[in-house]
Design a protein around this ligand. Structure first.
Ligand SMILES: [Zn+2]
Length: 427
């Protein structure tokens, strides 16, 4: 025993003998000091976070651990820090301007959109499917620390069937491409399209689970939510919007630990251009908006068409139902994942995520509930072990705000800087 106690002491002496080791201890370390840090779960006043090699090294209240000598110091006194936001439903590369043509779904456009998300503090994006496999070329959520843009989780090509055999083959080809999850749509789009049949979605879920892949479902109707849950679906990618959710659904969501992504801004996007939206005057939006797009969206004939469009008006009602259901699910203890369905034309990436925060607050969620849904809960629901929480072993993906989002999520527009893998994003 005595001999063993000498070994560590020997190592300590050796280290001290190296000369300058105290200085070297802090080499490559950055200490972010003085902010209130919401780590994804709870706030820490006068927080201290050490970052090295793009990863969080240590996090806690100031004074609970030492700052290594030689570390670079960043003073964040009076600021508010959260993990980078995670959107659990988006479509980067889904459009250019107002054009959503499938041929615009390119690696280049996906990357450019991921930069836009990051600029607005969204540092992980779940791409719930595109017309092709292009997202997989840049899918890297769990690989590199500092990538200068949002990380991408990718569902590959949306599985459409229509027959169970075709659907199984589509799941297999997605699995071969290396997708993170499978995406299906079970919706008649207000009676305008053929809805995926239960035998097809059952086949998708069974095949995906064989390959170890979770299945996310676009849906609209309560009845489909129940059918999908019975069939083993893993993730609900929109709000139930035809009627109020009931106790049976809440109980099954909780029992099966299935998360719900409300995408309230999706509803807004379907009717808001019936007139000129207020946010067209918002400097936080205008920073990245394209004048030609704004001009097109304000054309009187376009606005009139939306005023007269039954579907658009019906989604206005759907938003109110989605908000009611969000509050019921949250109160019932269902895990909510922040998400918008941004990316398709006129669903503005990055900015719409800030609108979603506000809509969730309007629905009655507290700032803390909303922030968890956009950080730790989103990471847990999507199975992402390296993002969503600021703690040792995870990427140093975080956002610095001028004001606290725990006072008001509307303060999200006070973004001062965004960091991905410990490196500041160009804004
Ligand atoms: Zn979508």
């Amino acid at each position: 025993m005595a001999a063993m106690r000498w070994i560590p002491a020997g190592i300590v002496l050796l280290l001290l003998g190296c000369g300058g080791s105290a200085q070297r201890e802090g080499e490559g370390v950055t200490a972010f000091m003085g902010a209130t840090i919401f780590d994804g779960v709870e706030p820490i006043d006068d927080g201290l976070m050490l970052v090295k090699d793009g990863m969080v090294m240590a996090l806690g209240p100031a004074g609970t651990f030492d700052i290594p000598q030689g570390a670079k110091l960043v003073d964040l006194k009076g600021r508010f820090v959260t993990p980078g936001l995670i959107t659990g439903h988006a479509h980067p590369g889904g459009s250019v301007g107002l054009d959503s043509s499938p041929e615009l779904y390119t690696e280049e456009n996906i990357i450019s959109d991921l930069k836009l998300y990051a600029r607005y503090g969204v540092t992980t994006v779940a791409n719930l499917g595109g017309p092709g496999p292009q997202g997989l070329a840049v899918q890297d959520a769990e690989k590199t620390p500092a990538i200068g843009r949002a990380r991408l989780v990718d569902a590959g090509v949306i599985v459409t069937g229509p027959t169970p055999d075709e659907a199984r083959a589509q799941v297999d080809s997605n699995a071969d491409l290396g997708v993170d999850l499978i995406k299906i749509r079970v919706d008649s789009f207000l009676g305008t399209r053929e809805k995926m049949a239960p035998e097809t979605y059952k086949a998708v879920i069974e095949e995906a689970h064989k390959k170890g892949l979770p299945v996310a479902a676009h849906l609209y109707y309560l009845e489909d939510a129940k059918g999908l849950l019975d069939a083993g679906v893993d993730y609900i990618a929109h709000s139930v919007r035809d009627q109020e959710v009931d106790e049976a659904l809440i109980a099954e969501l909780k029992e099966r630990n299935v998360c719900v992504c409300p995408t309230l801004t999706r509803e807004v996007s379907s009717y808001v251009y019936e007139s000129t939206p207020e946010f067209f005057n918002d400097p936080f939006f205008l920073e990245t908006a394209t004048p030609a797009v704004l001009e097109e969206l304000q054309k009187p004939e376009r606005q009139q068409a939306i005023q007269q469009d039954k579907a658009a008006q019906s989604y206005k009602q759907a938003l109110a139902m989605a908000e009611t259901n969000l509050k019921k699910l949250e109160d019932g203890g269902v895990r909510i994942v922040f998400g918008t369905d941004s990316g398709p034309a006129a669903r503005f990436e990055g900015y719409f995520e800030h609108m979603e925060l506000q809509l969730m607050a309007d629905a009655g969620l507290t700032p803390e509930q909303i922030l968890r849904s956009a950080t730790s809960d989103a990471a847990n629901c999507l199975g992402l072990p390296k993002v969503g929480i600021l703690e040792p072993g995870r990427f140093a993906d975080f956002v610095v705000f001028g004001k606290s989002l725990l006072d008001d999520v509307g303060n999200s527009r006070t973004i001062e800087s965004v960091w991905v893998g410990g490196a500041e994003i160009e804004r």
